[in-house]
Write a protein of this length. Structure first.
Length: 266
């Protein structure tokens, strides 16, 4: 099994979100989850087989294993990873997703989305589901390895992206972000534009709106709660930002259909 068909048009139903730590070296785990998909983000080296197909697990790789598949892990030592067990709907056009792939320059974003889901679980499961849904779309649209090599990201940009993702609900100033990642304001601006094609401020604005759209469509959070969670607590400003960036009011976005499989990943 090299790929899995995943329906992503509907938000996932989460069964578990957590941090797994396995080992010691030489330990073997074999199991199957009949009703649940397994989404893992790895920070270790191990050998994995899924229904007999071998994979090399390395830090920064992500796996999406369908229900009922037999997985066999052969650990080489202490083995920590972030994981989500979930159910997917059956609506829409399925996406063909590699079972194991490198996150590449999207690793910082994926890590932040996993961590946000972990922080929200289990007290606010709808918010956790929204973060996992966004992560699933990102996993489904990871660039092929050749494209990743052509657009390697500077470590300061990756660190800035991770910081933005972790603090979208807080005030964010470019000088503060630059200081946190160890470069000057101007240097971060140049690096960020070269890597993403946009300014840091433009990226923050876009990510806030993308997360707001997911929260509005995938959760039952109130509009004021969504506004606060993406760092725009002023409702008038939030309404204007939604209309400008997403083409509708927050209530209009909430009543709209989720993005199609051909929409850009959040």
């Amino acid at each position: 099994m090299r790929t899995a068909l995943a329906h992503l048009d509907e938000p996932p139903a989460l069964a578990a979100v957590g941090i797994g730590v396995h080992g010691p070296g030489g330990q073997v785990d074999v199991f199957s989850l009949p009703d649940l998909w397994q989404l893992h983000l790895y920070d270790y080296e191990a050998d994995l087989t899924v229904n007999g197909t071998p994979y090399a697990i390395r830090p920064g790789r992500v796996s999406l294993v369908p229900p009922g598949a037999e997985v066999r892990y052969h650990y080489r030592g202490r083995s920590p990873h972030l994981y989500v067990h979930l159910r997917l709907g059956s609506g829409g056009i399925p996406r063909q997703v590699p079972v194991v792939q490198d996150a590449g320059p999207d690793l910082a974003l994926l890590t932040a989305q996993f961590q946000q889901a972990l922080a929200a679980w289990p007290n606010t499961p709808a918010r956790a589901a929204a973060e996992v849904w966004a992560a699933l779309w990102r996993v489904a649209q990871l660039a092929p390895p050749r494209e990743r090599n052509a657009r390697a990201v500077h470590p300061a940009v990756a660190a800035a992206v991770a910081l933005v993702e972790a603090r979208l609900g807080q005030p964010l100033r470019v000088p503060d972000i630059a200081a946190a990642v160890g470069v000057s304001h101007n240097h971060l601006t140049r690096l960020f534009r070269a890597a993403t094609g946009e300014t840091v401020v433009g990226y923050i604005r876009a990510r806030r709106m993308e997360r707001a759209r997911h929260f509005l469509q995938a959760t039952t959070l109130s509009v004021p709660a969504v506004a606060a969670s993406v760092g725009i607590p002023d409702l008038q400003a939030f309404n204007k930002a939604c209309r400008r960036a997403l083409g509708a009011s927050p209530r209009g976005i909430r009543g709209a259909q989720p993005p199609s499989p051909h929409s850009p990943a959040p």
